[in-house]
Design a binder for this molecule. Structure first.
Ligand code: 6CS
Length: 319
């Protein structure tokens, strides 16, 4: 049998490397009885269209990034908020290794006819523009492209920006034609989509990680023979362990590539500068809580508890 897996990113991306790893794992475990057919971005449609294809069963599996998905499933919008995930990357790495994280969101996905298989970290989001973005005031009136959900835009509206929600495929030409002033994405994507060619600066605020989710069509998943479900489960665990390293490696090497080109000036925000953004970002968190009600509140609290737990573990390990 062949399973169809649709990606929101092009060949060479984090999602592509993840899909290739999943493919090897499943094909090996099943001794070739299951094949994974990978559809990189561009072949089937925008992120939101891919989500529809999974919901109606045209594809079996896909990446669905909260930045786009939050209009359909507001709970996932928590990953578009700034300064919710910790600064310490070891803690974040441990967080994404926890099944608990997936369980927090399963019901919200099910209600919208999607089976959530897991979350995949893709690295810190950077902000690119034609000037460094060191204070919320630097965002005043800035036309920054965000992913398509309202929640994605809200984080930047909190800073006084004029966010534009567009599909990924439109970003390069909008930058080139000066329809927008900036955009936000992880480093590897800024390199592979060539956004750095049409931007002068890259600011690293360490405000949010780019997080995506892997989803399946519920009927497709339910009809899988038990053995096939097991192969999938084992492959997801195996690749889940590699996911952090996949993004780390790609983000590091792509940053080096861009720096070698010598056009992009990189600014890293200090703790003090980050604190000013954290304060300014509060309206976005309130927006999230209004959109998600009690369940969103519960998810936020659980997430914070898991993070606190992991921070304590971290401290006692290194202490
Ligand atoms: O900015 C976006 O729309 C996209 N960015 C990445 C890194 N992955 C998928 C997403 O659609």
């Amino acid at each position: 049998v062949t399973w169809r897996f649709a990606l929101e990113e092009i060949e060479g991306s984090v999602q592509h490397a993840y899909a290739e790893a999943l493919k090897s794992s499943i094909e090996e475990a099943s001794d070739g009885k299951v094949e994974l057919d990978i559809f990189p971005y561009g072949s089937l449609g925008t992120s939101s269209q891919l989500t529809e294809l999974v919901r109606n069963g045209s594809v079996d599996l896909a990446f669905a990034s909260p930045g786009h998905l939050a209009d359909l499933i507001p709970e996932t919008g928590i990953f578009t908020l700034h300064y919710v995930l910790p600064d310490d990357e070891d803690v974040t790495r441990a967080l994404f290794a926890r099944n608990e994280l997936t369980r927090l969101f399963s019901a919200a996905y099910n209600e919208k006819h999607l089976t959530l298989l897991g979350f995949v970290p893709e690295g810190w989001m950077a902000w690119t523009a034609n000037k460094p973005l060191k204070t919320p005031a630097d965002f005043e009136g800035l036309r920054i492209r965000t992913m398509t959900s309202q929640m994605s835009a809200e984080a930047f509206r909190s800073y006084g920006a004029d966010p534009r929600q567009t599909p990924y495929s439109q970003v390069y030409s909008d930058l080139q034609l000066k329809q927008i002033d900036g955009q936000t994405n992880p480093v590897f994507a800024i390199e592979e989509m060539n956004f750095y060619e049409v931007q002068d600066t890259l600011t690293m605020p360490r405000a949010a990680h780019f997080v995506s989710s892997v989803v399946a069509n519920p009927e497709w998943y339910a009809q899988l023979p038990e053995q096939q479900q097991d192969w999938l489960a084992v492959a997801l665990i195996e690749v889940g362990k590699e996911a952090w390293d996949i993004q780390e490696e790609l983000n590091q090497t792509r940053l080096e590539t861009m720096l070698e080109e010598g056009q992009l000036a990189v600014t890293r925000l200090s703790q003090q500068e980050r604190a000013a953004f954290r304060e300014a970002s509060k309206p976005a968190l309130e927006f999230y809580l209004r959109q998600t009600g009690e369940r969103g509140q519960r998810i936020l609290e659980s997430l914070r508890n898991i993070i606190t737990d992991l921070e304590h573990q971290q401290a006692s390990n290194t202490g």
